[in-house]
Design a protein around this ligand. Sequence first.
Ligand SMILES: [Zn+2]
Ligand SMILES: [Zn+2]
Length: 102
Amino acid sequence: MLELRPNCEYCDKDLPPHATEARICTYECTFCADCVEKHLANVCPNCGGGFTPRPVRPVMERRPGLSLAKRPASTKRVHLSYAKDEIAAFSKQVRDIPPERR
Ligand SMILES: [Zn+2]
Ligand SMILES: [Zn+2]
């Protein structure tokens, strides 16, 4: 189950569970679409992988036990542990490597 982390690791913008601009990598590193496009070149600065839109978790309990209330989103804010210039160099280095060799 996804944690649904509450913020962009790069700019700290709020990304609530219904945010359609939330992007995640396979490890669930979470960023906003703006930062993924403008600052990260679709390269996760933590793992070097790519991003996909984060699915919305339903507010309504349409199936038993499955809703935001029953399976709440994380409230623990996450922040990058790398400097922004290091991240820029990292994404530049990784972005043109084909998926099978990343
Ligand atoms: Zn952001
Ligand atoms: Zn990642």
